[in-house]
Design a protein around this ligand. Structure first.
Ligand code: SF4
Ligand code: SF4
Ligand SMILES: [Zn+2]
Length: 618
């Protein structure tokens, strides 16, 4: 089959040259809620030249894609004349293959990255052996391994289809399989149909190809592979050695699946709409994008980041717990198996989920919405909670209900993300407000935090404890809320940021007026102080109070010290396991005490759940 993708390319940024198309299955198959068409359209054109005035993309001095060396090492471990399926000593094979891959890698590979990659490769090889057992039971013997992609060449266009993974063909040539590399949970998440369609097409029509530089078109090598009869996609998870076949199709069905995906592909590759999100950081058009607010100086720092960094309150919380943890999770991108949370995190997640679900309705939270000790109530049922979960959240929800700010005249926006780019610092910014609403002429950004008890503190100390607050004020002052949200909410006159502190027996609201000069200045200087150390850090030394005993990346960290269970901040003690201050009557919690701000800041960071993005970047 030959498919022609229309030539139109209509992104929101100026284009000088379009060049050929190389379409990636995972990029064009991004989930709807995060697919930026302009980003996909640009990434699909490796030779494209766009208008002047963009920030040259810079890269960190270390390898930041953790699966890269794992794939290289995997290929060398399984490739011989015939594909290897059984391994005598996986630990030894993995160690040698990863060392070899590192010696050929261009960037510097950190020690933790190497340790992670060895574990990941052992996981892959274990899953690889499990797949072999299944295949042999069905008389399928995969012997051939080729790196392939599909081509659509017409007189005036050249299109390539590719997917990052391993391609195997059976000895009799009848079955061809794509093995996708995942972090974990193979077969447990839904396969995106557009991504599946592109991979199916490559399996049906793919051929080996030349390997010039990334920005040059590849040449197909025809007549090497005979077409298969059946194609399959199998996922393999490196961290949990999971594996599962997620698609089996005849070649004809594979092409049909591709044809069904084409309208979405064509729309995305054409560009013309934007969706800001994690891709903005590495988007070449980010300084020319109308949707991503460019705000030079937003963060108030004087330094230019050593490489383009992404700031969010969640990342800052991880950094405050332990800079090393931040480095391993967020800069090196080491992923972990999903793990249990501490009690403060559990409580926070439950209460936030309930409030978000309730406020989506744009009406006040009523007593009748709340769970009771014996029944769930309509909202908890929508969230598929069990009674234990409802019981944990109930005392906090009951306190919120008494002061719920929403009424039937309120305009409400939930589940929104606010993104911006500080071009002076080359730092992209993202945050998710808990609630944005408009009551009358007041536009309000509200953060909601569950705490074990509410202390009597000066208002500005909360800027230090919750980095969301000074950032929210800056983003409100700089008018950086997404345009579609502002359009939905309508006109307003006043802007404020609120903090709702909810304990099991009290609820307190603190308010900052975003037009008040003193508030503006205090928020800006506090934000700059928080971001400055993080932005200029290139060493990422462990903190003096690292929560190693529940750190998700501790098994690959050379500084892990699981013995430490308490943090001591000038006599104030924080339990690193529960994430709470250990109250001590001889040291009262004074509102003007710097130690209190520090201890409560650490407590707030321990209660935060870090983001774990599962996406493969191409
Ligand atoms: S900057 Fe962000 S929103 Fe704009 S085109 Fe790039 S990825 Fe899309
Ligand atoms: S194990 Fe400890 S020192 Fe290492 S990253 Fe985790 S918290 Fe930091
Ligand atoms: Zn409410």
């Amino acid at each position: 089959m030959t498919t022609q993708i229309p030539h139109d390319w209509l992104p929101g940024f100026p284009v000088t040259t379009a060049g050929f198309l190389r379409i990636s299955a995972s990029q064009v198959g991004a989930e709807n809620n995060r697919a930026c068409h302009d980003f996909i359209s640009l990434k699909s054109r490796p030779a494209a030249k766009i208008g002047e005035g963009y920030l040259q993309l810079r890269y960190p001095p270390f390898e930041s894609f953790p699966l890269g060396i794992v794939r290289d090492a995997l290929l060398s471990s399984i490739s011989n004349e015939k594909v290897i399926h059984e391994f005598e000593d996986k630990d030894e094979i993995a160690e040698i293959a990863i060392n070899d891959a590192i010696s050929k890698s261009r960037g510097h590979v950190e020690k933790s990255h190497k340790l992670w990659a060895v574990d990941a490769l052992v996981g892959y090889l274990t899953a690889w052996e499990k797949a072999r057992v299944e295949d042999m039971a069905h008389n399928i013997d995969f012997t051939d391994l080729e790196v392939i992609q599909a081509f659509d060449d017409t007189e005036d266009s050249h299109t390539e289809w590719f997917a990052w993974g391993i391609y195997l063909t059976s000895h009799d040539g009848k079955v061809r399989e794509f093995r996708a590399l995942k972090f974990s949970r193979a077969g447990l998440t839904t396969l995106n149909p557009v991504r599946a369609g592109v991979i199916a097409r490559i399996l049906a029509d793919g051929v080996p190809h030349s390997e010039p530089s990334w920005s040059s078109p590849r040449d197909p090598i025809y007549k090497v592979l005979a077409p298969a009869q059946e194609v399959r996609i199998r996922e393999i998870g490196c961290l949990d050695a999971s594996q599962a076949i997620v698609l089996t199709a005849s070649v004809e069905d594979a092409r049909n699946l591709f044809t069904k995906s084409l309208p979405t592909i064509i729309e995305r590759v054409k560009g013309g709409t934007q969706k800001s999100g994690p891709n903005c950081r590495s988007c070449r058009a980010n300084t020319m994008c109308e949707t991503l607010p460019n705000r030079p100086g937003l963060l108030g720092i004087t330094a230019f980041a050593p490489w383009p960094k992404a700031y969010s309150p969640s990342k800052f919380h991880t950094y405050r717990r332990c800079p090393r943890q931040y480095f391993l999770q967020d800069e090196l991108g080491l992923r972990t198996k999903p793990e249990t949370q501490n009690s403060a995190q559990q409580r926070g997640l439950l209460v936030h989920a309930w409030l978000e679900q309730a406020h989506k309705r744009s009406k006040a939270c009523e007593i009748s919405d709340l769970p009771t000790p014996t029944s769930l109530g309509v909202i908890a049922i929508e969230l598929s909670w069990n009674q234990d979960e409802a019981n944990v959240a109930l005392p906090f929800l009951a306190q919120h209900q008494l002061t719920c700010p929403i009424n039937s005249d309120s305009q409400v926006a939930t589940e929104i993300a606010v993104e911006a780019l500080d071009t002076d610092a080359d730092i992209s910014i993202s945050t998710r407000p808990d609630l944005v609403y408009k009551n009358g002429e007041d536009l309000v950004w509200r953060e909601m935090k569950t705490v074990s008890s509410i202390k009597d503190l000066e208002n500005d100390i909360y800027f230090n404890i919750y980095p969301q607050l000074p950032l929210a004020i800056r983003l409100m002052v700089e008018n950086a809320l997404p345009k579609d949200v502002l359009t939905k909410l309508g006109d307003f006159k006043n802007k404020r940021v609120e903090l709702e502190l909810i304990s099991s027996d009290e609820c307190k609201i603190i308010t900052w007026d975003c037009d008040d000069e003193t508030v503006k200045l205090a928020a800006w200087s506090q934000l700059a102080e928080q971001v400055d150390t993080w932005a200029s850090d290139t060493l990422f030394a462990p903190s003096s109070n690292p929560p190693c005993n529940w750190c998700k990346v501790s098994q690959w960290c050379e500084f892990a010290n699981a013995e430490q269970v308490k943090a001591d901040i000038g006599g104030l003690q924080v339990d690193l396991k529960t994430g709470e201050i250990i109250e001590n009557s001889s040291i009262p919690l004074l509102s003007n005490d710097d130690r209190v701000a520090k201890a409560l800041g650490l407590v707030a960071s321990l209660a935060e759940v870090s983001e774990n993005d599962e996406d493969i970047p191409f």
